[in-house]
Design a protein around this ligand. Sequence first.
Ligand code: S6P
Ligand code: ZN
Length: 214
Amino acid sequence: MNDQPANPSTSSATSSATSSGLTALLAHLDLSAGQLEGQPKFERRLSALEDIYADKGAFQEVIARSDPVVYSVSSLELGHGAGDLHCGLGVIQPGRVGQEFFMTKGHLHQWREAAEVYIGLSGAGLMLLEHEHTHEASTLPFGANTIVYVPGFTAHRTVNVGTEPLKYIGVYPARAGHDYGAIRARNFAQVVFAAPDGYRVLERSQLVQQSTQR
Ligand code: S6P
Ligand code: ZN
């Protein structure tokens, strides 16, 4: 699977949506298959996500047994012009690596100004947000019947804290692109752990201190 989703947009490109005619603008959601019918879908398996988990021992234990699909995204990318939008249907499976839940890799947009709207369809999750410059971090509830607006310059990661698949749609500028590099280097400042009553959110710096004090 390609680590870096395609970003074919340029501000001078013409919109393929308008050039292919208005009849081509309808897409059907197959929610049970987690697929936008007739559109491409990629799957991210656990083996591609080692960097994001704090407990490397727990990661090795899970991966020794199997390499499950953690999440998939089926994308609708009709136009590539400066004003066009893309969207993706994301499905994060329920599961854990040690005390951490299945979650997305997380990214900033290559075009930093690009915002995104996340629309929760089903399941129970969280959205981790972190501003690239101010480093303000926030973890918002996200799932069925919620919408999260992700502003520009804000890294975002989605976490499934429930027992069923977390399904959502993200809508973003066609030219947004993905930048995984900055997040890979330092990871998100907030970490979500399973707790008897659901989950708790910790600062990663707290986590490092705790493990070095042991
Ligand atoms: C794209 C949008 C989503 C994510 C998807 C997977 O801007 O935010 O479609 O690509 O949730 O997350 P990630 O971090 O692996 O791209
Ligand atoms: Zn995004």
